[in-house]
Design a protein around this ligand. Structure first.
Ligand SMILES: Nc1ncnc2c1ncn2[C@@H]1O[C@H](COP(=O)(O)OP(=O)(O)OP(=O)(O)O)[C@@H](O)[C@H]1O
Length: 393
């Protein structure tokens, strides 16, 4: 299988009065696992369908490898599409299901007929070749023992693997997947995430994967394109999106629990203040005025002194505990703190003090809503960085 790169250039799409996609530029590298992620309605499925040729763009072009396929029929693009509904033929066995795309491609209409077909010269060799490829795909997906079963006799995960095998036998230039795991229960979904990542590594194929689930996107992909309102907000590795979000919208979408936000003021010298108190942060070059500080829940911790807050709620999630806190002097402002369950839990309703890992906070300027971002953020001085990091209160 030769993995191909895909180039999406200036793609726009309108449905009636709505711009569903606006000027999308995206280069998918050969052999890459790239996820399109975003809230429902952001346009990710439409983009995938345009790549597949199931929808035509109003503007822009799609190139697979060196070939411009913008005007090419879906069947001629050599792309494999895998959907959440597996679309298996219920009356056929797994073997027949997997073989169908090959039979359609390699045998003429009459050669596929039960009796007459036997008369086509070369048919036996083609069937042998198809069978070998079905066997190979089935082994790759570890469903070799299920080949004689019908779809109704399979679990959801097994059906998904059959759908993947059926896509695989065609040796496509790339796999396009639209929420392929969303019909599975949580445990199986987690398992299949691992299987898909392993399959991608084994095949070295190009995968474009649509999901609204940031965990899926972040755990499986080489790169993630985060979409909102028909645009790509940020394209980068999962680590880049998490550690250096280009905007507050990206910071809010990625990470569980959601990033905390704190309204702050930046003065003319770039010093950052909250509640008229200076924070140990310096953002040179940032316009004076209101801004938003983003603090990941794991960058807050309980301390003997610091900002006072009341414990509103505790939630245990396996190895982690999420603690919701209401600030004493501003009860409307709630922060979430993430701690390991091994750490002592604060009592619900009690007053605690919280400190912050200032080196890891993000500052977004007043235009955060318009997705501008302030990357230059430093601890105010070396001494600030060295002293115990306490949140000014
Ligand atoms: N054929 C169509 N006609 C009109 N509007 C459409 C059509 N297909 C999609 N849309 C609209 O385009 C927008 C983007 O839809 P799309 O399915 O691409 O979003 P999505 O991000 O994949 O969402 P989801 O995760 O819910 O599938 C939505 O507002 C949707 O209602």
């Amino acid at each position: 299988m030769t993995a191909q790169s895909l180039h999406i250039t200036g793609v726009g799409k309108r449905f009636g009065p709505v711009d569903v996609l606006t000027n999308i530029d995206l280069q998918v590298r050969a052999g890459e696992f790239l996820s399109l992620v975003g809230m429902s309605g952001c346009g990710k499925s439409t983009l995938l369908r345009i790549i597949a040729g199931l929808e035509s763009p109003d503007r822009g072009s799609i190139t697979i490898g060196e070939r411009d396929v913008t005007q090419v029929d879906p069947a001629e693009r050599n792309l494999a599409m895998v959907f959440q509904s597996y679309a298996l033929y219920p009356h056929m066995t797994v073997r027949q299901n997997i073989a169908t795309p090959l039979r359609m491609r390699q045998l003429s209409a009459w050669a596929r007929l039960p009796w007459l077909g036997a008369l086509q010269p070369g048919r036996k060799a083609i069937l042998r070749d198809i069978d070998a490829r079905v066997q190979q795909a089935a082994e790759l997906l570890e469903i070799g023992q299920l080949l004689e079963r019908k779809p109704a006799q399979l679990s959801g995960g097994q059906r998904q693997r059959v759908a993947l095998a059926r896509a695989l036998v065609r040796a496509p230039a790339a796999f396009l997947m639209d929420e392929p795991l969303s019909n599975l229960d949580a445990r199986l979904r987690a398992h299949m995430r691992g299987e898909l990542t392993a399959l991608h590594k084994r095949l070295g194929a190009t995968f474009i994967y649509v999901t609204h689930d940031q965990v899926e996107a972040m755990t499986m992909s080489d790169r993630v394109a985060l979409m909102e309102g028909g645009r790509i907000l940020q394209l980068g590795t999962p680590t880049q999106l998490y550690d250096t979000p280009a905007s507050l919208a990206v910071a809010r979408f990625i990470g569980t629990p959601t990033i905390n936000t704190l309204p702050v003021q930046v003065d003319a010298q770039g010093h950052v203040h909250a509640w008229q108190q200076p924070l140990p942060l310096h953002a040179p070059g940032v316009a004076a005025g209101p801004a938003t500080l983003g603090i990941r829940p794991e960058d807050l911790h309980l301390a003997s002194e610091g900002l006072a807050a009341r414990v509103v709620r505790l939630e245990t999630h396996g190895a982690d505990r999420f603690v919701t806190l209401a600030l004493l002097h501003d009860a409307a402002l709630q922060l979430t703190l993430r701690q390991r369950t091994g750490e002592a839990a604060p009592a619900a309703g009690s007053t605690v003090h919280i400190a912050c890992n200032w080196a890891r906070v993000h500052l977004f300027d007043a235009e955060a809503a318009r997705r501008t971002c302030v990357p230059a953020l430093h601890l105010a001085t070396a001494t600030d960085a060295q002293r115990p990091r306490e949140m000014a209160a």
